[in-house]
Design a protein around this ligand. Structure first.
Ligand code: PHE
Length: 455
């Protein structure tokens, strides 16, 4: 692999990997899941999943990528030629393609809300006289922006072109440079928003709810949801960490990197909790306002509309969301691009076009799931929800099990050990624990999520 496909600096590789992990999964999915699964009890479970399982699976993916130094399919062919393990990598690429299809649509919505916050259209003529009127106003905006046929398609196309622009720059000048700029900005914006919402009257009730665990709410389903959230938020099972692992220089300390990435991802989730729960508590918004699309595209604009500096907070928040989504989609598309470059020897430019341009019609169709194509369903789900369910609930766990079983039992002997110790030059204290998790704990627990999801 040529050196310009390696990340240039330590900070850059961490920024890019955190950029992939921090996305809509942390900012949107996390508060909704926490709310639905009993608050702090869910948070504690999520933290346990990250440290008991997530970090080890992450290390398995990094080791695989760096050990084979190629895309997520070729890596298996290189390390175990003539075997069918490459199918695991191929499933990862497929998962990335499916996720990119619907995720680009949501990224388009975030760009649209960012733009409409800038122009002021989102708040023009808002009726805040009572909560029913405000609800109605922002539901109307959501209908105009998200559920109309034309606008979402235009913004989705725009987002795909922005991704194309970044990815054409390559690993160092595209992905790494973008993450180096956006990640620090994202943290600063999040901290500023936290200060704003924590200073609202009545905010402490939300903080208290977020931080006081109610263990009676923990059910087997809560555990499954926490595991699912851990996998999605750390970008496991999508081939992304295998691909990025291949771009890590040989002296990168994998254990340290994975712990930093996991902690930063967790920190973002916590900060998001401190933005959302106090705000919602302060305005006495109802529980259902935290579910799905409503949370980000209706509840939060309603909160911003009620505090001084409405437009500024709204611009910052939707910029934050767009930045987080962009650094994630860039990583999932890089999985496809790396495959096209390594397998078919395509130039970067050609691989970027072949990976991204077909997403235009696919994502456009997906975005119509809420308008013209509302009646089109597969197994009772619209196209958007179908892609989300198949990729997140079925493919990610399958790929993650495949990677763990391969690394734990079938990969060339000592691959994990030699990667964690940089070929024996450094000591990694958690090697024994990681091997245990990858061999036994992770496959059993992930298979449980998969089966429970089916049931
Ligand atoms: N961790 C990412 C997130 O939370 C998952 C993801 C990565 C989704 C890449 C799409 C593309 O959003």
């Amino acid at each position: 692999m040529s050196t310009n496909r390696l990340f240039k600096s330590k900070v850059g590789l961490i920024a890019a990997t955190v950029g992939s992990a921090v996305g809509l999964g942390n900012i949107w999915r996390f508060p909704a899941e926490t709310q639905a699964n009993g608050g702090a009890a869910f948070l504690l479970l999520y933290i346990c999943c990250i440290f008991m399982l997530g970090i080890s699976v992450m290390l398995a993916e990094f080791s695989l990528g760096r050990g084979g130094r190629s895309d997520s399919v070729t890596v298996f062919n290189k390390l175990s030629p003539g075997k069918s393990w490459w199918l695991v990598g191929a499933a990862g690429i497929l998962a990335s393609c499916l996720i990119a299809c619907f995720y680009m649509v949501v990224e388009g919505w975030t760009l649209q809300y960012f733009w409409n916050s800038l122009t002021g259209d989102l708040y023009a003529g808002a009726d805040l006289s009572n909560s029913a009127a405000a609800d109605e106003f922002f539901t109307g905006k959501m209908t105009d922006y998200i559920f109309s046929p034309l606008q979402p398609v235009i913004f989705t196309a725009l987002v795909i072109l922005i991704n194309l622009g970044v990815l054409m720059g390559g690993v160092q000048k595209g992905i790494e440079r973008l993450s180096n700029v956006l990640m620090p900005v994202l943290f600063v914006v999040l901290v500023v928003l936290c200060c704003v919402t924590l200073s609202l009257p009545g905010a402490s009730a939300g903080v208290e709810w977020f931080l006081s665990p109610d263990f009676s709410k923990i059910t087997p389903m809560t555990v499954v949801n926490a595991l699912g959230q851990c996998f999605f938020s750390l970008s496991l099972g999508m081939g992304i960490l295998i691909t990025y692992g291949a771009y890590y220089p040989s002296d990168t300390r994998l254990t340290r990197t994975s712990v930093i990435v996991a902690c930063m991802t967790l920190l973002v989730a916590l900060l998001v909790g401190f933005v959302i729960f106090p705000a919602v508590a302060s305005f006495g918004l109802s529980d259902h306002s935290l579910r799905g699309v409503t949370l980000v595209f209706q509840t939060l604009p309603e909160v911003f509309a009620r505090i001084p500096g409405t437009q500024l907070w709204s611009i910052l928040f939707f910029f934050l969301l767009f930045a987080a989504a962009l650094t994630s989609t860039v990583s999932s598309t890089e999985v496809i691009i790396a495959f096209l470059q390594d397998k078919f020897g395509m130039s970067r430019l050609k691989a970027c076009c072949v990976a991204l341009l077909p997403l235009l019609p696919c994502s456009a169709l997906c975005s119509l799931s809420f308008s013209s194509l509302r009646g089109f369903t597969i197994f009772g789900l619209n196209l958007f929800d179908f892609l989300d369910t198949v990729s997140t609930n079925i493919m990610l766990p399958l790929v993650a099990i495949g990677v763990c079983v391969y690394i734990g039992w079938f990969a060339p002997r000592g691959l994990l050990k030699s990667q964690l110790s940089n070929e024996g030059t450094i000591r990694s204290r958690i090697t024994g624990f990681v091997i245990f998790v990858v061999r036994y704990l992770a496959p059993v627990l992930i298979a449980t999520i998969l089966i429970t999801n089916f049931i």
